[in-house]
Ligand binder design. Structure first.
Ligand code: BGC
Length: 458
């Protein structure tokens, strides 16, 4: 496969890797359910995403992750791609249900062996593995017991986290506890558009509190077993602006910012939930037990910032709870990607600055940034100039933030390969590498070559 790589001359931005400093960490990110496939292979139990995507009408075109990129069987070729693109760090998540088919109890030896082989192969190729413990694929057995809405998840998650660090901690030094808790609780337990498809405040509020507790508990568990590990967790972050300079829009923007950017971060820093700005979330106090305020805190070594866009917010009397609506980019006549997300590179600058102002945050790493466009394979090539431009412009803003004092220490592109984009199915392609989902053929896109050239010139 690697023999077929073609050199391409691509425009380089007015900055280079060296401008970010020697120790800046460069990588690419993935997640188990989005790439692995092998959904019931070798003892794996079902996850909530297996069950959700198996129901008609939940995912566009009824796509599912049963095969996805078949990474489970092709990881060795795909890691060869990572290496050939000169990407030094590879972020992936562990499938809880592959390791613990019932969610707890006996580990699945085949699952353990798979992750051992994957990690060992990364190390053989000189690629540093970065593990996310939880990227949205809860074992279905635990969902049957209430999932994130059941406080027992603290025990289940602690057991799972301890197992992972004991199994892999001898070789893996970079860990992230949760991937974007606001998305998996909001989309999964409030809006019902992601697995497990639950709706309403009754599920959402406890799920938020338990995820926030597990975020800190996971951090403590990793640190207890691996005192030298770099322990982080990741957040979905959008830069928020009011539509008009009107007080009601500005207040709406404050609420949306508190919900999307602060809800899970601030309790970990000891600042509590931002309930002053999110009055409708006050019923979360009903789920708080004595000592929870301390239990929500953990001193992370780094915070993973995942930014794609900005949101422009307008006051909306009829929208329950938050009384705000997001004004889509189409209506604002601005450029947007296949996800209908505005292309707005300054967003990442503002987010990095905003997060750098929190005293408790030591280090930021952009653990995801990227874009989906309608890439097509033509004559064996995928030409994706929009993605190259997107990455260059966002990176320029990361550099500007760093030069202006932001505590940013790394940048990971989402994603290595085109993959299963959750409720959107396989149409939005985010990869540096194109995947033909009929044949599983990989083709490096222009953006992949661009990233390689960028990383290769020091
Ligand atoms: C998630 C990824 C997802 C990406 C693009 C992030 O919210 O962590 O799993 O594919 O954004 O939507």
């Amino acid at each position: 496969m690697i023999d077929h790589y073609q050199e391409q001359t691509l425009g380089q931005p007015g900055f280079s890797r060296a401008d970010f400093g020697e120790n800046f960490m460069w990588g690419t990110s993935t997640a188990a359910y989005q790439i692995e496939g092998a959904h019931e292979a070798e003892g794996k139990g079902p996850s909530i995403w297996d069950v959700f995507s198996g129901k008609r009408g939940k995912v566009k075109q009824n796509h599912n992750g049963n095969l996805a990129c078949d990474f489970f069987n092709r990881y060795s070729d795909d890691l060869a791609l990572v290496q050939s693109l000169a990407i030094p760090n590879f972020r992936f998540s562990l499938s809880w249900a592959r390791l613990l088919p019932e969610g707890r109890g006996r580990a699945n030896p085949a699952g353990v062996s798979y992750y051992n082989r994957l990690i060992d192969h990364c190390l053989e190729l000189n690629i540093t593995p970065w593990i996310t413990l939880y990227h949205w694929d809860l074992p279905h057995e635990l969902e049957k017991k209430g999932g994130w809405a059941n406080r027992d998840i603290l025990g289940w998650f602690q057991e799972y986290a301890a197992l992972c660090v004991k199994l892999f901690g001898d070789r893996v030094k970079h860990w992230m506890v949760l991937n974007e808790p606001m998305v998996f609780t909001g989309a999964g337990y409030f809006l019902g558009v992601h697995a497990p498809g639950r709706r309403g405040f009754g599920s959402f509020i406890p799920a938020v509190h338990h995820a926030a507790l597990c975020q800190a508990e996971g951090g403590r568990t990793i640190r207890e077993f691996l005192p030298d590990a770099e322990v982080g967790t990741t957040f979905s972050c959008s830069h928020i602006e009011p539509l008009r300079p009107l007080e009601k829009d500005m207040k709406a923007a404050v609420r949306v910012d508190a919900l999307l950017n602060r809800l899970f971060l601030e309790p970990s820093l000891g600042l509590g939930y931002p309930l002053q700005d999110l009055k409708f979330m006050r019923r979360i106090e009903k789920y708080m037990q004595a000592g929870d305020e301390e239990k929500l805190m953990f001193d992370f070594d780094f915070i993973g910032v995942q930014n794609y866009t900005r949101e422009v917010v307008k006051y909306a009397f009829w929208t329950p709870f938050v009384q705000a609506n997001l004004v889509p980019p189409k209506k604002r006549n601005v450029p947007y990607t296949l996800m209908n997300w505005e292309v707005y590179p300054e967003a990442i600058y503002h987010i990095l600055q905003k997060f750098s102002h929190y005293k408790g945050i030591k280090k930021l790493i952009v653990t995801e940034n990227g874009a989906a466009f309608a890439d097509t394979l033509q004559d064996g090539k995928v030409h994706d100039p929009e993605r190259v431009e997107f990455l260059q412009r966002y990176l320029a803003q990361v550099l500007r933030a760093k030069q202006d004092g932001a505590k940013v220490h790394g940048y990971f592109v989402w994603s290595l390969v085109d993959n299963f984009e959750w409720a959107e199915g396989y149409d939005p392609r985010f990869g540096l590498v194109h995947v033909d989902f009929d044949t599983q053929q990989r083709t490096v896109k222009s953006s992949g070559y661009w990233y390689r050239n960028f990383l290769s010139k020091r």
